[in-house]
Each structure stands twice: as C-alpha cells, then as structure tokens.
Design a protein around this ligand. Structure first.
Ligand code: FAD
Length: 461
C-alpha cells in the first residue's frame, strides 16, 4: 500500500492533548492503515485521521476543525467511501472505536454508539426474539446505513430503517451535542433520516426492534446454466407475494479462493434469498414454487432473527469493489432478459455478482412522521459489483455501466443513496421539494459546509 506523500501541514498537538482517542497524521507509520476504508478501492487521503472514543472527543474535533477552517468527513466503516472527493483540508473522523449496544427489551428499542456494526445489534436482539431493520451485511455500520435509508430483509413489511430510527445524538457544526427526535429539533431529525452524513457527526442512535417470533428464511442455489428459468420464475413469484416476504435473486460467480468450501469454489450460480415472517407451514407453502425448480442447495428453515445477518453471504472482510445500481419501476419479462444478457452465462462479464432485490410493500408507503427518505418509489433494486483487482479494473469500468445501461428502460427515475458508490448529484435521491428542504437545513445547520458526506448536499445560496 502506497503512503501518500504529504507534509504535515496541520498542527494537531492541541487536539491530541484534549482527546481520549487518537490522532494519526501522515507522519505517523499508522497512517497507511488508518486511512483505509472497508472498500479498499477508495483511495482516502485525509489531512489526518481522528479516532474519537467519546461524544466529547467528537465535539473537540469539530471545534478544532472550526477554529482551523478544516472539513470533517464522518465515517463508520467506509463501506460507501468511494464517492468522497478528498482535499487537503479534510479530516477523516472514524467512529470505529465508538462501539456499544444497549437493548431495551420491554421498550423494543436499542441504543447504539456511532461505530456499531449490524451484527453487534442483531446478535443480542435476537436472543430476545427481536430484530432491527438490519441490512444484508453483518459488518455494515448501523449509523451510515440508517442515515442513507436502509433496506433490510424485513423491509417490505416494516419499511426503511431510517423511518424506524427513534432518536439521534449528534454533534453539530457549533460543537454542541444534541439529542434530536420527533419532538426536539424535528427538522434536523427529519433531515438525518435519509439525508446522509451532511448535518453533523452522529455519536449514537436509538432504533426500533421488532418482535420476530416466527421467521422462515434461507437461500436456494442452482448452477447458473439454470439462470433463465430461475430468474423468470422468481420474477413471477414476486408478483404474488405478501409484504411478509422480502427476497432477492442473484447471479453469483464464486471466486476460486482456498477458504471457500470446495463444492462452491470457482463455480457460477443463480441464487434466491428470502426472509418470510411467519411459521414453517406458511413459509414452506410460499417457497414451494421455487423448490419445484429443484435447487442444488436449499437452506430454507425456521431461523432466529440473527440468521438474517448472514443470509446473503456478504463479504465480511474489507475488499476492493466497484459497483453500480439502479432503481427499477417495474420488472417485466424483457427486463429479466436484459439482465441475463448483461450478466448471465452468455455475457462474459467480469462481475462478481449481479442482483435484483424486490422492493415495494411498506417501502413504498410514506407514513406521517417519516424522514427525508419517506419511501422508495421503485418496485425493484438492481445492483452489481466486481472485485477491483488492478488487472480487472478496465474491464469492470466498461462492464458495470453497460450492465446498468441494459436496464435503463425500466429506470424508476431516482437513485438510492446507500447503493450509490460512485460520485453522484444528490438531487437524484430525492424529489425536488425534499432536496430543497434538505439544502435549506444544510445551510442552517452547517453554514460553512464543514461536514462532508460521501454524497454531499449543497446548502442554498
Ligand atoms: C456488502 C454490502 C452490503 C450492503 N447491504 C445493504 C443492504 O442490505 N441494505 C442497504 O440499504 N444498504 C446496504 N449496503 C449499503 C450500505 O448501507 C451503505 O454502504 C452505507 O453507507 C454503509 O454505512 P457505513 O457506516 O458502514 O459506511 P461508511 O462509508 O462509513 O458511511 C457512509 C456514509 O454515512 C455517513 N456516516 C457514517 N457514519 C456517520 C456518523 N457517525 N455521523 C455522520 N455521518 C455518518 C457519512 O456520510 C459516510 O460517508 C451494503 C453495502 C455493502 C458494501
């Protein structure tokens, strides 16, 4: 790993002296590691990196930044770090050392510190038969995910995770720690639930937990020579499902890595994953149509809520990845054909995976009291990723946009912030009124544009 050449231009002695956490500058040997994001393809070059350990530490960093005219880039894991355009005045504020979860079983809520990963919540919640609206990856950060929306395996029943956030503790540009909720700083609370990391540094979040006494979930895998019949059958299946079912279908090319079980290693599959809220008889009846397609692997069973954390086999160690996404307003037969032509066995595309997630249900309903991302105006979500090995990058830079373009006729007219890992105009994530309101709140809360999110919202002039 190359350490960027940089002279230390910022005097961090005062900051260091006042923190419990750590400050790492380019002059420190630890900088090479400290600047890494989970997505190793993100080449992060901050002026220095701060690892606060407390909310007071965060406030001290913000005050330091204000005094010295620096920008603060809040980051939990760096799963969505690629879009950030680094400049010499930018501090990377990593919340990775601010961890901890408190579960209130009776109140069905959890309080998580800023750097908490999803698995750290799903495991203890599951012991009480409770589930948060966690995403498919166990090590995505709760806070970054919820600020950007949050589409979980329970999404069609319970909506976006952002709209199940109950309260947020945040250090704003004035250096103050506030606790915002529906009654206190309601406009800021609205903006934070879907507006991303534009308004301050979140130090803790309180989220709802849902009772999940009966859950039937799993995956079915077929060799990818069956892609056509499986993908078309899944499409038809999704048209019949109640909101209790959230599912995805994928083309997955398993890398030939030694730590992958031999029967999967180096093979290409078409897979369907689903979570079904309900008992075994209900779940088994619902998936029978898929079972009739005779999968090679079938893991569907009654599960504890924590099992959803690894349903999708998302990578848990940092990887260099390039990705594309698109929200789809509908998924007719032609769209599946286009998907297969771009990513199926005949495509010869260097993609690790190409996926469609079923949206709709509660995701499409804007309830009173919801945040800035009140709903997702789309029926399906398209996503593809490739491993950014240097020798693969040129081919991926062609294949990913081509894959996205192939599904353009069914575009929903919006993007989804959490799945956008390329630099993008934030207007694509919201309707015009919502974006304008977010821009106004940005101006009020952060007039000097101190906080730099991965997807920046510019204040109004
Ligand atoms: C393997 C994988 C699986 C995924 N699965 C899903 C899924 O099922 N559903 C879904 O909706 N998304 C999913 N995502 C997308 C994921 O939700 C986004 O990448 C999200 O931004 C990750 O949050 P993070 O904190 O881990 O990442 P980071 O890159 O650390 O954070 C992303 C952004 O959030 C903001 N942020 C983070 N922490 C703070 C803070 N303390 N204060 C202020 N702002 C902050 C910043 O703007 C930051 O740039 C997945 C991504 C990957 C790579």
């Amino acid at each position: 790993m190359l350490i960027p050449e940089r002279t230390v231009r910022h005097d961090v002695q005062d900051l260091r002296a006042g923190l419990r956490g750590e400050v790492v500058t380019p002059a420190d040997p630890a900088y090479a590691q400290a600047r890494l994001a989970w997505n190793l393809a993100a080449d992060q070059r901050p002026a220095f990196v701060v690892f606060p350990e407390t909310a007071d530490d965060v406030a001290a960093v913000v005050k330091h930044a204000r005094r010295h005219g620096l920008r603060v880039v809040p980051q939990g894991t760096g799963h969505n770090a690629s879009p950030i355009a680094w400049a010499e005045d930018m501090i990377l504020l990593s919340t990775s050392r601010m961890r901890g979860v408190t579960i209130d079983v009776m109140g069905r809520r959890a309080r998580v510190a800023a750097g908490t990963l999803w698995l750290e919540v799903t495991e203890p919640a599951s012991e009480h038969g409770l589930a948060p609206l966690a995403g498919s990856s166990p090590d995505v950060g709760v806070v970054g995910y919820c600020l950007g929306g949050g589409i979980s395996w329970l999404a069609r029943k319970h909506g976006l995770a952002a709209n199940s956030v109950l309260a947020i503790e945040i250090v704003t540009a004035d250096g103050q720690l506030r606790r915002v909720d529906a009654e206190n700083d309601a406009a800021l609370f609205w903006a934070l639930r879907g507006g991303g990391g534009n308004f301050g540094v979140v130090t803790a979040m309180e989220i709802a937990l849902y009772p999940m006494p009966q859950l039937y979930a799993g995956a079915m895998w077929w060799d990818w020579q069956h892609s056509e019949r499986v993908m078309h059958a899944w499409r038809e299946w999704t048209l019949t499902l109640p909101d209790e079912v959230t599912s995805s279908a994928r083309i997955m090319r398993v890398p030939p890595l030694p730590d992958i079980p031999e029967f999967l290693r180096g093979r290409d599959f078409v897979t369907i994953d689903a979570a079904i809220i309900g008992d075994r008889a209900h779940g088994a009846a619902l998936v029978q149509k898929l079972r009739d397609l005779d999968p090679e692997i079938d893991t569907f069973d009654m599960v504890a809520p924590v099992a959803l954390s690894r349903l999708h086999n998302d990578p848990e160690d940092p990887v260099p990845a390039l990705t594309e996404h698109r929200l789809l307003r509908e998924l007719p037969v032609d769209a599946i054909d286009a998907f297969l032509a771009a990513a199926g066995p005949d495509a010869n595309a260097p993609l690790l995976l190409a996926e469609i997630r079923h949206l709709g249900g509660a995701l499409g309903v804007a309830k009173p009291g919801n945040g800035a991302l009140a709903k997702v105006d789309a029926a399906y979500l398209l996503f593809a990723a490739g491993i950014a090995m240097p020798e693969l990058v040129p081919a991926l830079k062609e294949a990913l946009p081509a894959f996205k373009a192939a599904l353009a006729p069914w575009d929903a007219g919006r993007g989804y912030l959490n799945f956008e890992e390329n630099a993008a105009d934030s207007r694509q994530f919201y309707d015009e009124l919502t974006h304008r309101r977010l821009a106004r709140i940005k101006t009020q809360m952060d007039p000097s544009d101190m906080f730099r999110a991965n997807h920046p919202i510019k204040g109004t002039d």
